[in-house]
Design a protein around this ligand. Sequence first.
Ligand SMILES: [Zn+2]
Ligand SMILES: [Zn+2]
Length: 330
Amino acid sequence: MRAMVLNAVREPLVLRDVPKPKPGRGQVLVRVKACAVCRTDLHILDGELPNPKLPLIPGHQIVGRVEQVVENGNGFSIGDRVGIPWLGWTDGDCAYCRSNRENLCDRGQFTGYIIDGGYAEFAVADARYCFPLPDDYEDAEVAPLLCAGMLGYRSYRKTGDAKRLGIYGFGNAAHLITQVALYEKKEVYAFTRPGDKSGQESARKLGAIWAGGSDQTPPAKLDAAIIFAPVGALVPAALKNLAKGGVVVCGGIHMSDIPSFPYVDLWQEREITSVANLTRLDGEEFLEIAPRVPLKIKVETFSLEEANAALEKFREGELAGNAVLKVSSS
Ligand SMILES: [Zn+2]
Ligand SMILES: [Zn+2]
């Protein structure tokens, strides 16, 4: 079995033969068909997230077929298509798990970070955290729904019934969540890098009522803003554009420092919050809504061996859609 392996942070992944993993109790062994690339993979590679498992096989948006089930596949059988997301394991027992906040579990383990992930021909997962996937999508298409989609959806749900929704950082998650927001009759205001005319154009094409640079002021006050770009300076910028009682949701796992800002910008019950990980319920809800929208997912595919190139294109913002590794397994 071959996998792209991270030996040390800030080093490129290397293709290695690794022993075929043995599934344990209640786990599934999955033959990987596709694994989408996420900004979080870059954060891990760059050493911006603490204590990754090393050596590590990255990748937490895995689509594959169940090859082997041990004891209890949690309803999955051999041959089933399965999605493996970022949330890989929780203890089910801490104060967070017992209050429906398993995304905050004290001992939570994450795919492609603490558990080996999907930049590989095979992956092992705890079946309780895997999702059946809607038939409407190809393997490569559905892969980005497992993080860009699900984490984006959790961010979106945190905006409640906000009518005017600002989205900062118009990448993969924004593309997906804009479609859900429009389906739910929201107005989307898209903020791109200043001067990114083509990004603004594509946001308008998707249905955004307004698109501009993150240095611009939208024509109306926003009820909520989601920040997908890992740029702390966008937090006070978004706050300034909020109506009273509005919320800024930081949707990323890592962000540069947030500059200070006057209290008056937060006053009038404005809020700043963040989104961490996902619960299984988020995933189930999102996979149910996706084909109803129906979500259109743009992908640019790479082979497993091209993982480093896919990551670099992601870093440079040169992708035409979600980067997905298509893994050809023999
Ligand atoms: Zn827990
Ligand atoms: Zn991710």
